[in-house]
Design a protein around this ligand. Structure first.
Ligand SMILES: O=C(O)CCC(=O)C(=O)O
Ligand SMILES: [Fe+2]
Length: 347
């Protein structure tokens, strides 16, 4: 099949419909992040080498010893259960249609990450950095904005719990980027401060209703795409495409996050680091929840291939872009609501 991503069309061979190969899932490696939080330079270098190997060959990993307390994660899952159980009319008060930067509630099928599909079978609620209505970057149409928050009368702790998780993810991302810098042969702090305190990153809570009988290849929890740091609940649904074109299960492993290299690192590294295709299909018979976090940098950050990633004489595969231009093009492809808003704004 042909799969479109922000990196262009790719042809992938997928043999058996929606099934993922039952290969040993340890083929998606688990990495111990402890060294990057320590002062042990030798252990950090070793971690960088391990990551280099994984990023080059797999592009997908689990991380453990990430320093995010279980209580922070559990609180967000509890909020997700409560929020998605609200009446549809209440959730629709916070619909992404009300936001210029996709903050808020997305109902089933609002999103379609794989253009070959017919809409994704999940509900979502998205937040980003809290940016004021009169912020010049927001007024200039950059991917910033105020969040929409459910009324405290029905969701009293939602905001505080999501913001706390978001803050932990920003910190974890900073340390992950330190490890990725070492893996790319750059100084450890190369990416420090790249978001200039105004990161476009966002987090979501997702609810996948069970998808059993009427499962077809054009409709699933989330279609094939690339992008993060993901916390799954205990229900298996995530699948990852390996280099042989086989879908491999990525089951939940307690105490870990799933990390995908994502497209910007792939571009920075001239594709030496792989942004790996994945999808989710909930066939467990019960609801599944997950919490993706998409680290991002400042809207205006230039994104061009890092010199350290080019061999002598090697040409960059991608023209320079900015993080903002890249992100908004991805969202226009994925969210009909966003594309419509952008089209109306340019008329
Ligand atoms: O819920 C999952 O397991 C995958 C979510 C995902 O890939 C995404 O939100 O980009
Ligand atoms: Fe994803």
């Amino acid at each position: 099949m042909n799969v479109s991503t922000g990196l262009g069309d790719r042809h992938v061979t997928v043999d058996s419909g929606l099934d993922a190969a039952r290969v040993d899932f340890t083929s998606i490696p688990v990495v111990d992040l402890a060294p990057i939080f320590s002062d042990d330079d030798a252990a950090k270098q070793k971690l960088g080498e391990e990551l280099k190997d994984i990023c080059t060959n797999v592009g997908f990993l689990y991380v453990k010893n990430h320093q995010v307390p279980d209580a922070v994660i559990d609180a967000v899952f509890a909020e997700a259960h409560a929020f998605f159980a609200l009446p549809d009319a209440t959730k629709m008060q916070y619909h992404i249609q009300n936001s210029k930067s996709l903050r808020g509630y997305g109902k089933l099928l609002d999103e379609n990450v794989d253009p070959a599909n017919r809409g994704d079978l999940h509900e979502s609620f998205d937040i980003g950095l809290e940016i004021a209505e009169d912020d010049p970057d927001y007024l200039a149409g950059k991917f910033y904005g105020p969040n929409q928050w459910p009324d405290a009368s029905h969701m009293p702790t939602f905001r505080a719990n999501l913001v706390r998780y978001y803050t932990h993810m920003q910190t974890l991302s900073k340390y992950l980027f330190r490890a990725f810098s070492l893996a790319l042969g750059m100084p450890e702090t190369y990416f420090d401060g790249i978001d200039k305190g105004k990161a476009m990153g966002f987090m979501r809570i997702l609810h996948y209703p069970p998808q059993e009988d009427a499962v077809d290849e054009k409709q699933m929890g989330i279609g094939a795409h690339t992008d993060y740091i993901l916390k799954q609940d205990d229900k298996e649904a995530l699948q990852v495409l390996n280099s042989k074109g086989q879908w491999i299960h990525a089951p939940p492993i307690p105490g870990t996050f799933v990390v995908n290299i994502a497209d910007l690192l792939s571009r920075w590294s001239n594709d030496k680091f792989k942004s790996t295709m994945h999808r989710a299909i909930n066939r467990t018979g019960v609801a599944r929840y997950s919490i993706p976090f998409f680290y991002n940098v400042h809207h205006d950050t230039p994104v061009e291939v890092l010199p350290a990633c080019l061999a002598p004489g090697e040409k960059p595969k991608y023209p320079p872009t900015t993080a903002g231009a890249y992100l908004t093009s991805r969202f226009e492809d994925t969210f009909a609501v966003y594309k419509q808003q952008k089209t109306e704004a340019s008329l």
